[in-house]
Design a protein around this ligand. Structure first.
Ligand SMILES: Cc1ncc(COP(=O)(O)O)c(C=O)c1O
Length: 389
């Protein structure tokens, strides 16, 4: 049976060139980057080169990048690190941290944890497209606010947030600004110098790199308290012997993303647009997220009277790998917090489908999905007590 992968927002296949770059660092160049001998030097050189490649994607300096164990860890280091740096402000009245209602759990959960420790967090709402309400964000700022964390692009509905504007607001108010750019890197050109961003999270496995590797951009003058103490690796901000093969893979993935971004995004966007047109041809189907300000590879729908999980399983039977939303929450039965935040009723939020495209998808894949999807929706609706027909 044909197998089509359309869940690139969950993870991507590791590029062959990335695998080739990584392999020698398991077997030949296996030194510890902190060792003084030649094995250590080789590893240290690779670490430095990869840091350069990651920094380059953001137009940042290599000294501003620390490697982590993934996007979740980067978000935690950024948010808790800034909060602990400002712990003396804990008993003040206004919100200390401003974030949005549609962040990934990697941001929401650290914020909830900090609330239990006495910090105050404001979760700014979004409009029907998932755009953060800037007025509400501005009104929420108080003299006690020390951190704003708003994602660059949403992992479920693909909406791209006005990061430049939020960065300007944060900077004018002397507030540290963090953005989770895990879904944006490799799909949008990012120039850190134009953005007033102080901290930015990245993850390798969303850009055809290995899982379990990430990075955090930390602007030179920004101070954070480390969460992991030990041998003082990564400027003392993330102790633990560096995962050199993973980091080399991440560096290579960044280099490839830079090289291929224009061509890849053009191609993926045209496939995605065709897919959206085909899917919206199905009766009572709707596109979630912003019509234009969305990631080029994201298509997110709601189909009336359909249960999302059944749709995913049925599509999987036909060889199509899709998702209802984020991979992290798709095994929970609660409706997605993102879909509820954009105003979908819980029963509608349950009927959602995310198709996220990648480099290896072809027009034949789109044609196949366009063929199968209406059949599957029709089949499921026939069994649905909610369907009118
Ligand atoms: C927006 C966003 N932030 C953070 C993460 C977590 O990244 P990782 O899986 O590398 O921990 C993800 C992964 O789905 C994501 O989409």
């Amino acid at each position: 049976m044909k197998r089509i992968y359309m869940d690139h927002a969950a993870t991507t296949p590791v590029d062959k060139e990335v695998v080739d770059a990584m392999l020698p660092y398991f077997t030949n160049f296996y030194g510890n980057a902190s060792s003084l001998h030649s094995f250590g030097e080789e590893a240290h050189y690779a670490l430095d080169e990869s840091r350069h490649n990651v920094a380059d994607v953001l137009n940042a300096e290599r000294e501003e990048i620390i490697f982590t164990g993934g996007g979740t860890e980067s978000d935690n280091i950024a948010i808790k690190g800034v909060a602990f740096e400002n712990k003396d402000k804990r008993n003040t009245k206004g919100p200390h941290i401003i974030t949005s209602a549609i962040e990934h759990p990697a941001v929401l959960e650290p914020c909830k944890h900090l609330e239990k420790q006495g910090f105050k967090v404001k979760y700014v709402s979004v409009d029907k497209y998932g755009m953060v309400k800037i007025d509400e964000l501005e009104q929420s700022i108080s003299k006690d606010t020390f951190l704003i964390s708003i994602m660059y692009a949403n992992n479920e509905i693909g909406t791209i947030e006005p990061i430049e504007e939020i960065g300007r607001i944060a900077s004018e108010n002397n507030i540290v600004f963090h953005t989770d750019a895990v879904q944006a890197v490799g799909k949008l050109p990012i120039d850190i110098n134009k953005l007033n961003v102080d901290l930015l999270s990245l993850s390798a496995h969303k850009i055809y790199g290995p899982k379990g590797v990430g990075a955090l951009f930390i602007k030179k003058d920004v101070r954070i308290v480390p969460l992991v103490h030990g041998g003082g690796h990564e400027r003392g901000l993330r102790s633990s012997t560096e995962n050199i093969p993973g980091i080399v893979g991440f560096g290579k993935a960044c280099e490839l993303a830079q090289k291929r971004m224009v061509k890849d995004t053009q191609c993926i966007k045209s496939l995605r647009d065709r897919l959206v047109r085909e899917a919206l041809g199905i009766e009572e189907s709707y596109l979630n997220g912003h019509p234009e300000k969305r990631l080029v590879n994201n298509a997110h729908f709601y189909f009336a009277a359909i249960e999302g999980e059944s749709l995913i399983l049925r599509l999987s039977d036909k060889g199509i790998a899709a998702s209802t939303g984020s991979a992290c929450s798709s095994k929970k039965l609660q409706p997605s917090h993102v879909l509820l935040a954009i105003g979908l009723k819980p029963e509608h939020a349950h009927g959602s489908l995310r198709l996220s495209l990648g480099r290896e998808n072809t027009i034949e894949d789109i044609i196949y999905v366009a063929d199968v999807l209406p059949e599957v929706v029709k089949y499921l609706r026939k069994m649905s007590p909610l369907w009118k027909g």
